[in-house]
Every structure is written in structure tokens, then in C-alpha cells.
Design a binder for this molecule. Structure first.
Ligand SMILES: [Zn+2]
Length: 100
């Protein structure tokens, strides 16, 4: 493959990686502030979702609204695919230079 073909293939494959995100998602249990909440009183609490990620070397997290959970999970899966794709594309770039 020539370098311009490697680039064209990269752009085509990256275009399909949407939604995208990097990090991980986990379930947490939270207390609410409602008075007399039976779930909280029972100690069971409420299910919430957090996306954990690194930014500038620091770990951080962000609340994920439940209706967005499937989208965020798909985004994280695409993020992993993107990393694999970058490795493959880098190798193809080097190979294309050797073939000149
Ligand atoms: Zn509650």
C-alpha cells in the first residue's frame, strides 16, 4: 500500500468510529436527598453510572445519565478500536515507506 492509500484507509475507518470516548464506566451506589426515601433507608441506595478517565495525567470521573449509558459503552468500545487502529495504521505507514 502507498502512503496515500494508508491515509485514505485510515480516514475511512475512523469515520465509522462514532460515538467515541476513552475511559471506563462503572456502577456506583448513591444516596439521594429525598426525605423518607425507602431505598436509601434500606441501605440499598440508587444506581448511578460514572465514566472514569485520565486527563493530563490525572484521573477524573463524570456522571453518566442512565439513558446515555448504552451510547457511552459503545463510545468506549470504539475508543478501544481506535487505539488498535492507530497501531495497525502506524505499522502500515512504516511498511509503505519501505516499499518506496
Ligand atoms: Zn434515595
Amino acid at each position: 500500500m502507498r502512503e496515500d492509500e494508508v491515509r485514505a484507509k485510515w480516514l475511512e475507518e475512523v469515520a465509522n468510529l462514532w460515538p467515541i470516548a476513552k475511559g471506563s464506566v462503572r456502577e456506583v451506589k448513591k444516596k439521594c436527598n429525598r426525605k423518607g426515601c425507602k431505598l436509601c433507608a434500606s441501605g440499598e441506595k440508587h444506581t448511578a453510572w460514572l465514566m472514569t478517565f485520565y486527563q493530563d495525567g490525572e484521573q477524573s470521573s463524570c456522571h453518566v445519565p442512565t439513558p446515555l449509558l448504552a451510547t457511552v459503552k459503545a463510545a468506549l468500545e470504539n475508543g478501544r478500536k481506535l487505539e488498535t487502529l492507530m497501531v495497525q495504521t502506524g505499522l502500515e505507514l512504516i511498511k509503505s515507506a519501505k516499499e518506496k
